[in-house]
Design a binder for this molecule. Structure first.
Ligand code: ZN
Length: 381
């Protein structure tokens, strides 16, 4: 469903983005989205930073996380401790290999669902030029794996699945900080390996065009982050599925919320760009406080979030902030000549839609008091 102009009830925008580093006792969640693309930059306190996914700054063409951290004076080479690739879709990985090269003290975390023996086999096929004309996902994936091979440092890579603890500080005289993966489930990991094996080309002449299985959103890593009394759910693109043991259903069937004493969150980075397929009622009951602050990015190629998604999210949340105005994603009608010309420069056409980077910045004290800012490209409902 295409967005229409019926959504006129935008609220005034929030204060500007703070352009200095947060104090060491202040957490930050910055969400970036250029229209198609998503990146989350997190300050975990004590000068430690964590990045989830990557997209490019339209102005400099470098990963937005690097541009932003540099702009507020963070020494990202030493202060970024981890980079998580939630799943291998192109709107979440652009520039990830560059991030990894520049953040020299960061460990790379990714879904166990892809980094299997089978995936490495695919990379060796890449070396043999079997991926000519491959898509961007494959290119970025390959350059990351090649870089990791080159560093010869096995500690820089960690595989994640549900219940995996990336960070857990719960000691006296320290603000509690936890970062835990809610997904992918064991079943999603197993299924992805089966799919990867099927992707291997049988004949020498055959090309493998995609590393990412269709069900990749069921393998996405959703995160539960806690800083003091603040908790945040970062839903990635995790979707729902008929299968009780994959996607969001697996999160609730697994019992991890009680087992790991995961506290209800005040902020929700809504899954899958606000789309219905990423929604599950139990997210709102079991993982979130009543009326949390909801934030998300658009996926303008699929018109996400659509009008109905926005209406639903507005009802469920205290406020809904989106990195770009989804109603501005409408395709402009051109005459046939212009349309033909545009098709011939299809690449540039994408950059036309994504030339502005929306930014939502949330800072929080350990008592959970929020300060929220956004730039002129983001919208508030
Ligand atoms: Zn996405």
């Amino acid at each position: 469903m295409r967005p229409s102009n019926k959504l006129k009830n935008l609220k005034p925008s929030l204060p500007d983005i703070q352009d200095t580093q947060p104090a060491s006792n202040i957490a930050e969640i910055s969400l970036f989205g250029p229209g198609v693309g998503e990146c989350i930059v997190i300050h975990m306190g004590a000068g430690q930073w964590f990045i989830i996914d990557s997209c490019l700054c339209p102005k400099t063409n470098e990963p937005i996380a690097l541009s932003y951290l540099r702009s507020i004076g963070v020494d990202y080479a030493n202060k970024v401790i981890g980079i998580l690739i939630s799943h291998w879709h192109s709107d979440h990985i652009r520039g990830a290999s560059k991030l990894l090269k520049h953040c020299t003290h960061a460990k790379l975390y990714c879904s166990s669902a892809l980094f299997s023996k089978e995936a490495l086999t695919l990379t060796s096929l890449y070396k043999a030029n079997r991926f000519t004309d491959c898509d961007k996902n494959t290119e970025e994936f390959s350059s990351i794996v090649n870089f990791l091979h080159g560093t010869n440092d096995p500690r820089r890579l960690e595989f994640i699945k549900a219940r995996h603890t990336v960070k857990d500080i719960r000691q006296e005289n320290h603000v509690p900080v936890r970062l835990i993966a809610l997904s992918p489930s064991n079943m999603a990991v197993t299924q992805s390996i089966v799919n990867l094996v099927k992707l291997q080309p049988k004949e020498k002449s055959q090309r493998t065009r995609a590393v990412v299985p269709q069900s990749e959103n069921l393998n996405a890593v959703a995160i539960h982050f806690t800083f003091g009394q603040l908790s945040v759910i970062l839903g990635s693109d995790l979707e729902n599925h008929d299968n009780e043991n994959t996607g969001w259903k697996a999160v609730f069937n697994d019992g991890m919320i009680a087992d790991l004493s995961l506290s209800k969150a005040h902020v929700f980075k809504v899954s899958h760009h606000g789309g219905q397929s990423g929604n599950h009622d139990r997210i709102w009951c079991d993982l979130l406080h009543d009326k949390p602050l909801a934030i998300t990015t658009t996926f303008s190629r699929s018109h996400l979030p659509c009008d109905d998604d926005i209406e639903r999210l507005k009802k469920q949340s205290k406020a809904l902030l989106i990195t770009r105005d989804p109603t501005k994603n409408k395709k402009i009608k051109h005459d046939k000549m212009v349309e033909r010309e545009l098709r011939s420069i299809a690449k540039e056409r994408i950059t036309v839609n994504t030339k502005n980077m929306g930014h939502i910045q949330i800072r929080a004290t350990e008592q959970g008091k929020l300060t929220v800012g956004m730039n002129e490209h983001a919208v508030r409902y």
